[in-house]
Design a protein around this ligand. Sequence first.
Ligand code: SAM
Length: 198
Amino acid sequence: MSLDQRDYWDGEAERFDDEPDHGLGEPTTREAWRALLASQLPEPPSDVVDLGCGTGTLSLLLAEAGHRVRGLDLAPRMIERARTKATEAGLEVEFVVGDAAAPAYPLGSADVVLCRHVLWALPDPATALARWAALLRPGGRLLLVEGRWHTGAGLTAADTERLAATVGADVRVLPMTDDVYWGGPITDERYLVCARVN
Ligand SMILES: C[S@@+](CC[C@H](N)C(=O)[O-])C[C@H]1O[C@@H](n2cnc3c(N)ncnc32)[C@H](O)[C@@H]1O
C-alpha cells in the first residue's frame, strides 16, 4: 500500500458518499444493492469481510441484514467515516485500518469475502485473491464487484473471472448494467463475480 494512495483516499472520504452508488442514499439504489448481495450471500448471520470497505456502506448494509461484518481500508479517514456511520445507525461492525492485499484476519474465519472496486487497483491481484481465499471457511464465497471503466482503468469481467477461477469454483459473472445500481445510465462494463472457495 502506498502513502500516496492513502492520502488520496483520505482526501476523498468527506465527499465519497455523495456518489449514488457509494452512499446508497437513494432508496431504490440501496434496495437494488441489498437485493443483489442478499441473492449471493448465505442466510444471515454469516461472517463477512469487506476489503477496501471505504466509508463502510456495503458493510453496514450487510450488518443491517443480520450478518457479522468486519471492514478494512487503508485510509484512516474512510474508516473514521465508517465508524461514525455505524454508530449513527446503531450497528456493530469492526472497522480497521489495514492493507487489503494482505489482510491480517485469522485464516478460515469468514463465510464471505466481499470487495467492491478495489481488486483492480492492487499491485498483484492474483496473490491478494489467494490470501482472501485463505480467509474463507470451506464452502465460503468470494464476491467481487469490479468494472472496466470508460477511463480505461479496471478489470474486464473476463479478467476477473479468470482471476477468481485460480482460487475458486462455480465462478459466475453477473452483469450490472441496470442504471438502478449507479444512479444513472452507464456506458462501461460493470459486474459482480461470485465464486465458491474451498
Ligand atoms: C473506490 S473506493 C471503494 C470503497 C468501497 N469498497 C465501496 O465500494 O464503497 C476504493 C477504496 O479502496 C481503498 N483501498 C485502496 N487500496 C487499498 C488497499 N491496498 N488496502 C485497503 N484498502 C484499499 C481506498 O482507501 C478506498 O476506500
